[in-house]
Structure formats: structure tokens, C-alpha cells
Design a protein around this ligand. Structure first.
Ligand code: TXA
Ligand code: MG
Length: 345
């Protein structure tokens, strides 16, 4: 049995001591963050990491992000911290930025996916920072979904995938950002983005020269630097094709599907596009086209919508890959298995 614990009650302070003890002793507790829900276990315990991989059905060469409650805890787990890394922590923590460091021996290889590095972040959600403090150990936490499925942004979505497999879920309400953290490493004074997220390339470029891991832009033989980026991910319950490019062409192409009767289509589209479709169609209204924060926030919820509204094929609308749009299109491209169609005037 997996217990669901509300944050908004007077008992949480007491409860969190007990949850921290569950983690310290090798149990698993899912926790809310500003990005997505995490599946937490003791990051210093290789056996706990193995339990996390088992609950997710995740390959064990895909390392886990380690969560700390304060930046001053980082030095206990990493060999060195450069001035630029210090600055990134100061500016963006607590928040949706993960930094890859050379690891100390106390981080077991099960947690680091057999790498000599460890990815660390300090989440913003106070309930989760309280959990880390109560545990007295850093918490390893991948997204709390079954491997290959969309990341959960509500406690209900966590329960859907994890009920019966973990000890408890802390319900802190819907996640504010709704997309996983930006992962970076500092290499020769440059910031390299391993995974785009809520902290955008534009924001990082203000601090130091910033590049995106080449393996994420052009599909080459190069291995992505975040091992997880190579796996199939975020798959909704039906095949998805995403249309991007010229607005009029996108609208025309998507509208045309509603006239076809060969199978049941579902639509994952902006509010503006939804208004052009017949009301009786199965439509997830993603958000207003120009409101990229809303598009990020609603993305995984939209992919999960088709679990309860089954269709044969999902027709999706994309967004442009600037600002947080880069992270949104990275997730949507993977969710579609790279079925992104660019339409020109
Ligand atoms: O927002 C987030 O980051 C969420 C919340 C729960 O904090 N966590 C999350 O974890 O997205 P997960 O396990 O779903 O994704 C972790 C990603 C994977 O792509 C993994 O390969 C990469 O981080 N990663 C972890 N450690 C790494 C390392 N040492 N070097 C390179 N990539 C690493
Ligand atoms: Mg994940």
C-alpha cells in the first residue's frame, strides 16, 4: 500500500520526520518539486537506488539526480566546485537547475549510473526541502513515472504509475513549471546544456558562454552527455505526430484531420487551433499560443489526457524552440518518437 500524504495539513511537520526516516532506512517516498514529481530514495545507499530502478522499470545505466536541501551540502558529495558553479547555485537555487560535478566516493555507482560524476540540484518546494533535512541524507530522485511514460506533475499521476510499489507520496499540488530541470555542466569556463528546461539558454548566456550538447540538436552518432536523453521517453497512449512552422499551413493541415473518418483522431493543440476544430472531437487544449509558460506547465498533463480519452492517433501542434520553448519541443519531439513535421508557406 502506498500512502498519500497532504502537505496542507497541520500534521505535516510531524509526518515529515517519519517520512525522512523511511528514506534513511532505504524506503521510497515520492515528492513534489517545482518541475515534476520525484521518486525519492537515500542517494548514499546503492540498495535504495536499485529499488528506484526496479519501481520505474528503468535501465540502471541511466543515472539519478541527487537532491540537497541547501547548496552548502554539495561539498560533502563532490570533489570540487568551480567559481562559475558557485555562481550558478547562488543565482538559480533553490530552483530548476541541475549541475553535474565530479563525484566523491560516498555517492555509490548505483546512484551515478556507474559514472564518475553526480548530478545535483536543490528543489524549491519547501515540503521537499523539509523531507531532505528530516532524512539527514541527500535524496536520489528521478521523475516518478514508469520508464518511457510522461513525467508526473500531480500526486494523482504518481499514484497511477507507482501505487503499491513505493511507501508514500507527498501531495504538494500541481507542479509550477511542469517540465524537468535544466541539466548543465561547466567545461572550460563554458556552460554546456545536457537537457533543456525551465532555466533557459538565454538566461544562462547572461552569465557565461552557453552551448547545447551537440547530440541534442542534430541526431549524430555522438552519445548525449545525459545518458537518459538517448532513451525513448514521454510516450502517450497513442502515436503522436507534431506539426510546426507556418501558422496557416499548420491550421489547415490539422483541420483536415477532422474531416477524415478512417480512425479516431485526438488533438493536442493551442486554444486558437481548438477553436477551428469541431466541438465533438477529442481535444486537449494546451494553452494560448503565445503563453509558453502555460504550454510548459500543461505539456505532460496533456500527454496523459489521452490515457483517459483513448484515440487511435494524436495530432499535435508544436511551438517555436526559443526560451522555454526549447525544452517544450525537446520533450514533444521525444514524445512523438521524432515525428515532427515542419510546414512552410
Ligand atoms: O526536474 C528534475 O530534474 C526531476 C525532479 C524530480 O528533480 N528529476 C528528473 O530525473 O528529471 P530523471 O531521472 O527523470 O532525469 C535525470 C536525467 C537523465 O537524463 C540522466 O541521464 C541525467 O539526468 N543525469 C543524471 N546524472 C547525470 C550525470 N552524472 N551526468 C549526466 N547526466 C546525468
Ligand atoms: Mg524522467
Amino acid at each position: 500500500m502506498t500512502r498519500k500524504i497532504e502537505v496542507n495539513n497541520a500534521y505535516y511537520e510531524k509526518e515529515v520526520q517519519h517520512l525522512g526516516e523511511i528514506i534513511r532506512r532505504g524506503g521510497l517516498v515520492a515528492f513534489p518539486t517545482e518541475t515534476v514529481y520525484g521518486l525519492g530514495g537515500n542517494a548514499l545507499d546503492g540498495e535504495a537506488a536499485k529499488k528506484i530502478y526496479a519501481a520505474k522499470g528503468r535501465p540502471s545505466d541511466n543515472p539519478l539526480i541527487v537532491h540537497v536541501a541547501e547548496s552548502k551540502q554539495v561539498k560533502n558529495y563532490v570533489k570540487r566546485i568551480s567559481p562559475l558553479e558557485e555562481k550558478l547555485m547562488e543565482l538559480f537555487w533553490p530552483g530548476p537547475l541541475t549541475i553535474v560535478f565530479p563525484k566523491k566516493e560516498n555517492i555509490p555507482y548505483e546512484t551515478s549510473g556507474h559514472l564518475e560524476t553526480v548530478a545535483i540540484r536543490c528543489p524549491a518546494h519547501p515540503a521537499t526541502r523539509a523531507l531532505i533535512q528530516a532524512a539527514g541524507v541527500p535524496i536520489a530522485g528521478p521523475s516518478a513515472n514508469i520508464s518511457t511514460r510522461p513525467s508526473p506533475t500531480t500526486a494523482e499521476a504518481v499514484m497511477h504509475d507507482m501505487d503499491g510499489k513505493i511507501d508514500a507520496v507527498i501531495d504538494g499540488g500541481p507542479c509550477l513549471i511542469g517540465l524537468e530541470s535544466t541539466i548543465v555542466a561547466v567545461e572550460n569556463g563554458k556552460i554546456i546544456i545536457y537537457r533543456p528546461g525551465g532555466i533557459t539558454k538565454e538566461m544562462l548566456s547572461d552569465i557565461a558562454p552557453t552551448e547545447i550538447d551537440k547530440a541534442l540538436i542534430t541526431p549524430t552518432d555522438e552519445h548525449p552527455k545525459a545518458p537518459g536523453m538517448k532513451y525513448r521517453h514521454y510516450a502517450p497512449s497513442a502515436p503522436l505526430t507534431v506539426y510546426v512552422g507556418d501558422k496557416n499551413q499548420v491550421e489547415k493541415t490539422i483541420s483536415a484531420f477532422s474531416k477524415k473518418k478512417d480512425k479516431k483522431y485526438g488533438y493536442f493543440v493551442s486554444k486558437e487551433m481548438a477553436e477551428l476544430l469541431p466541438k465533438e472531437e477529442t481535444i486537449f487544449i494546451w494553452g494560448e499560443r503565445e503563453d509558453k509558460k502555460a504550454l510548459a506547465h500543461n505539456l505532460f498533463q496533456g500527454l496523459l489526457f489521452f490515457n483517459s480519452h483513448p484515440v487511435d492517433e494524436i495530432i499535435g501542434e508544436g511551438t517555436d524552440a526559443t526560451g522555454i520553448g526549447l525544452a517544450v519541443m525537446n520533450r514533444l519531439t521525444k514524445a512523438s518518437g521524432f515525428h515532427v513535421v515542419e510546414l512552410n508557406k
